[in-house]
Design a protein around this ligand. Structure first.
Ligand code: DX5
Ligand code: ZN
Length: 220
């Protein structure tokens, strides 16, 4: 049986009640807490920075999965680690020296991931896949929650699954954007291991129930 890991994205949570939201995630079946950092340059939106990550860490009993949608992320890796990141994912499109940045994340003691925008083909990761703990496939254009899932994502997961089979069988495939009860199972069938969900979880009347159902219904 393959049960996906669920990583609710707090971008869709109630920031005015962040402690309550984190405590809800602690009680829930969520595996990781997905933390979306946006700088207004790499993506056309600004979310939050270090003080908020630190505040989340103070209450979180689950690993922080930090998704950096920022340019030159290499400037801030150590600061995010100190703020409480357990996993740090940088964008392929934002890194000139990706190999060095991945090394930096590992040297800081974190798990290292690379995110791909919808237009970036997975074969571009061929020469670095062995170094990675996870690849995050964006199934919407990064910057906002609540967008429509891009169907092409399934094909990208297929191709990444083939690549990891020979290069890095331990690699986790994470899918982020527009994930809901209608596509979760199919994503896992294609090879996804981690499902990020923002609006689908936090707009529900009972997010805890939605998280538990998503996990159960997407299990193969
Ligand atoms: C988008 C972020 C996502 C977002 C997902 O740029 O990376 O993590 O919060 O939100 P939903 O699940 O609402 O698409
Ligand atoms: Zn994200």
């Amino acid at each position: 049986m393959k049960t996906p890991l669920i990583a609710p994205s707090i971008l869709a949570s109630d920031f005015a009640n962040l402690q309550r939201e984190i405590e809800m995630l602690n009680r829930s079946e969520a595996d990781w807490i997905h933390v979306d950092v946006m700088d207004g340059v790499f993506v056309p939106n600004i979310s939050f920075g270090f003080p908020v990550v630190e505040a989340v860490k103070r209450y979180a009993q689950k690993p922080l999965d930090v998704h950096l949608m920022i340019t030159q992320p290499e400037r801030y890796i150590e600061t995010f680690q100190k703020a409480g990141a357990d996993r740090i994912t940088v964008h392929y499109e934002a890194c000139t020296h990706l190999h060095r940045t991945i090394q930096q994340i590992k040297d800081a003691g974190c798990q290292a991931g690379v995110a791909l925008n919808p237009h970036t083909p997975v074969f571009l990761l061929e020469d670095i896949l062995e170094e990675l703990d996870l690849v995050l496939i964006m199934s919407v254009n990064p910057g906002f929650g609540g967008q429509k899932f891009i169907q092409r994502t399934y094909e990208k997961i297929n191709r990444l699954s083939e690549l990891r089979y020979t290069l890095n069988p331990q690699l986790l495939i994470e899918v982020d954007g527009g994930v809901n009860a209608g596509n979760a199972r199919k994503l896992v069938e294609h090879g996804a291991d981690v499902l990020v969900a923002g609006n689908f979880v936090f707009s529900a009347e009972s997010p805890e129930v939605v998280i538990a159902d998503l996990k159960k219904d997407a299990a193969l």
